[in-house]
Ligand binder design. Structure first.
Ligand SMILES: [Zn+2]
Length: 239
């Protein structure tokens, strides 16, 4: 378990050189030396946007925040999952998106993990796909994301490539702009909040919002998300 301040600072320091190199050289020059062509997911299972659930295609909390309520979210998530041509639905413990849903819907009294599993299972039944728990591949209780990848291409997986910062992945290709930006805002909120590196992000070591897919429109969308944080959140493009 990594919770104490020294360990968190140590983890943050470990990833600092990569961020410095990206900012000094520019993202597009930096990735020329990185095997970015390998950053492709190997399967099409739905996973959370959490940096601890890499690979596949992404929907925060399996899509639980897509609609106004449980039924509405199920309905919309089913539509997106079909559009993605996904091969399964997963959920994970300690999900920030599901916690946000529970907080916003007081009638749900169950614990967050139970709600996460129930939503994923109901969604899987709706779209006739298998469902499973996705084990969390980050330290429990702390988000170590340095970035959020805003994926206009569709199956981007930074965890497969040495040299790309750990990050959330938002499957922008399959999502409407308004909802995709909501996921991006949530990612920044988690990373810069007390479940993430928080105040360790500064103008010199900012959180990165990374446009993936070469569409300059994506960078413009992300600029709005970054604005309230000043220089602690920086938009870059993978080109
Ligand atoms: Zn999650």
């Amino acid at each position: 378990m990594i919770h104490n301040d020294i360990d968190v600072r140590h983890l943050f320091a470990e990833g600092a050189d990569v961020i410095t190199a990206i900012l000094e050289r520019g993202m597009q020059v930096y990735v020329a030396d990185v095997d970015v062509a390998s950053a492709v997911a190997r399967d099409r299972w739905i996973r959370c946007i959490d940096e601890g659930t890499p690979g596949g295609l992404h929907l925060a909390g399996s899509g639980i925040l897509l609609g106004e309520n449980w039924e509405g979210s199920l309905e919309q998530a089913a539509e997106v999952v079909r559009e993605m041509d996904a091969s399964g639905v997963s959920w994970h413990r300690g999900c920030g998106a599901v916690a946000n849903f529970v907080k916003a819907h007081n009638e749900v009294k169950d614990d967050v993990d139970e709600v996460a599993e129930r939503f994923a299972r109901e969604l899987a039944v709706k779209v006739t796909l298998p469902c499973r728990e996705q084990m969390l591949m980050r330290p429990e209780g702390i988000h170590i994301a340095r970035a959020a990848y805003y994926d206009g291409a569709g199956q981007f997986d930074p965890s497969r490539v040495e040299g790309l910062p750990s990050g959330f992945v938002i499957s922008r290709r399959y999502l409407g702009k308004t909802y995709a930006l909501k996921e991006a805002e949530m990612a920044v909120g988690i990373a810069l909040g007390h479940h993430g590196f928080g105040e360790l992000f500064t103008s010199k070591q900012p959180f990165l919002l990374v446009a993936v897919g070469g569409d300059s429109g994506l960078e413009r969308e992300l600029t709005e998300v970054a604005k309230p944080y000043g220089r602690r959140v920086t938009v870059v493009s993978l080109g």
